[in-house]
Design a protein around this ligand. Structure first.
Ligand code: BG6
Length: 476
């Protein structure tokens, strides 16, 4: 069977990973602009502003700001029904706390959305995709501050009003649950503009920041529906199914606990209130937060219309101290252990297509809300051979995932709005800042040091995905 007629096949990127033009058109510095390049083994450095002599790969991105028309024409050639991107907050409010928006920034997204619509593509927009004005970090210490709610809602209201007739699908915070990975400070920075201090209780800090984000998200959902009742406004979480390593109940309970670290975020967005397991945890730890009755009322009134999520990998938990932990990985929980049944990408991410079917069912059972797979993709070091890229392993990866997704819809009855492949045109890697970790159907000639012509080249997967869309997912 095929997916429903209006199924949104497409691709996804984020503004800071593709646009470049980091100081053009009145744009302010964003948190992505102060992150240097890293690698698989070396974390990206967060600098205090731009430091001369350091390399910041997002400054140029892949120059989507200049080439968006050509790139959108390529997406149209593949038959995309939608395209997911984010609005760079710092193009609209350069420092974040201005009263009035930057008209030139607004005009850029007018042109971008018009271009998509002229090709019959539905824009799908994330409001904050690992990006906020750096000014808000310097002046307010990011989402540690309650004042952020007002700044975010002003930004959201501005763009929702402006694009009320152009954009129907919105999401508030990208992978909002990532900040629960506390071992690596990068996530608190990219999610919430928070720089941890020596010895601070990181979990407590992140819970408070998340609370302000929940309130801001709920206020945005309510406001968005007032601006245009046709809007569909979702949350966005990184879905990582957590499996117990054995049927030992200790493993099962540990996996459940780990899973809740992610589910907590979608629970709040979907139900508009805190789950009992989190309230109990706060009590046990003696945490008291700045949460007002008005906040709780706002959360109740701003439940999301759909659950947007990314899916890349699954993880495994073991309560047995003798089982070796994977350790500090950019992608996994510190307590995760190896899954002997799965292979990994060269960047250490498990490849688990069935996990996608599992998580689609898990979310649908839990919330009975429409779902949207807004990221799924294969990061790999593609080789350019005689001007061509034969990325058969990407085709295999995506094909296996799409088959599981189709089964979740056809055989399990999950209500799914669409599927957008992450990094449909090679973006700068978020985690490592590399170019060599490529995701696209379209190759971009740029290397890890920023050299290259930025020429676009169709990979084998480009033609394959065009065919998948044309057949609406049948016989992939
Ligand atoms: C998700 C993000 O975490 O995964 C994207 O929403 C990111 O921004 C993608 O690019 C892949 O991660 P990475 O680190 O390989 O770029």
């Amino acid at each position: 069977m095929a997916m429903k007629e209006n199924f949104l096949w497409g691709g996804a990127v984020a503004a800071h990973q593709v646009e470049g033009a980091c100081q053009a058109g009145g744009k302010g510095l964003s948190i992505a602009d102060v992150m240097t390049a890293g690698s698989r083994t070396k974390a990206r450095e967060i600098t205090d502003g731009i430091v001369e002599g350091k390399y910041y790969p997002n400054h140029e991105g892949i120059r989507f700001y200049d080439f968006y028309k050509e790139d959108i024409a390529l997406f149209a050639e593949m038959g995309f029904k939608c395209f997911r991107t984010s609005i760079a907050w710092s193009r609209i409010f350069p420092n974040g706390d201005e009263e009035t928006p930057n008209e030139e920034g607004l005009r850029f997204y007018d042109a971008l959305f018009d271009e998509l619509l002229s090709h019959g593509m539905e824009p799908v927009v994330t409001l904050s995709h690992f990006e906020m004005p750096f000014g808000l970090v310097k002046k307010y210490r990011g989402w540690r501050s309650r004042e952020m709610i007002g700044f975010f809602v002003r930004f959201a209201e501005t763009v929702m009003e402006r694009y009320r007739d152009k954009v129907k699908y919105w999401m508030t915070f990208n992978e909002i649950n990532n900040q629960m990975i506390l071992s690596n400070g990068i996530y608190a920075f990219t999610n919430s503009g928070i720089l941890f201090e020596e010895g601070e209780d990181r979990l407590k800090t992140v819970y408070q920041a998340a609370h302000y984000e929940f309130v801001a998200s709920a206020m945005t959902v309510k406001l968005g529906h007032e601006i245009n009742p046709e809007f569909k406004i979702g949350c966005m979480a990184a879905a990582t199914p957590v499996y117990p390593r054995t049927c030992n109940p200790d493993d099962v309970l540990l996996a459940m606990e780990e899973d809740r670290k992610n589910l907590f975020f979608t629970d709040v967005h979907a139900r508009g209130r805190y789950p009992s397991y989190v309230k109990m945890d706060w009590e046990r730890r003696g945490y008291v937060f700045d949460i007002t009755p008005e906040d709780l009322a706002a959360m109740e009134q701003g439940c999301v219309d759909f659950i947007g999520f990314s899916y890349y990998l699954s993880s495994v938990m073991s309560a047995d101290p003798k089982v070796e932990k994977l350790g500090d990985d950019l992608a996994a929980s510190l307590d995760a252990v190896e899954n002997p049944y799965l292979e990994m990408t060269p960047w250490g991410w498990t490849i688990d297509p069935k996990g996608l079917r599992y998580v689609l069912n898990q979310y649908y059972d839990r919330y009975q809300l429409p779902l949207f797979v807004v990221e799924n993709g294969f990061g790999y070091e593609d080789r350019l051979e005689d001007g061509q890229i034969h990325d058969g392993n990407r085709i295999e990866y995506l094909g296996n995932h799409i088959r599981q997704m189709v089964m979740a819809v056809d055989e399990d009855g999950v209500d799914l709005l669409g599927y957008t492949v992450w990094g449909c045109i090679d973006p700068v890697s978020f985690g490592t800042g590399e170019m060599r970790k490529r995701y696209g159907f379209i190759y971009v000639d740029k290397d890890d040091e920023g050299n290259g012509s930025y020429r676009r080249i169709r990979k084998d997967s480009f033609y394959w995905y065009r065919d998948v869309i044309a057949r609406n997912g049948v016989d992939v």
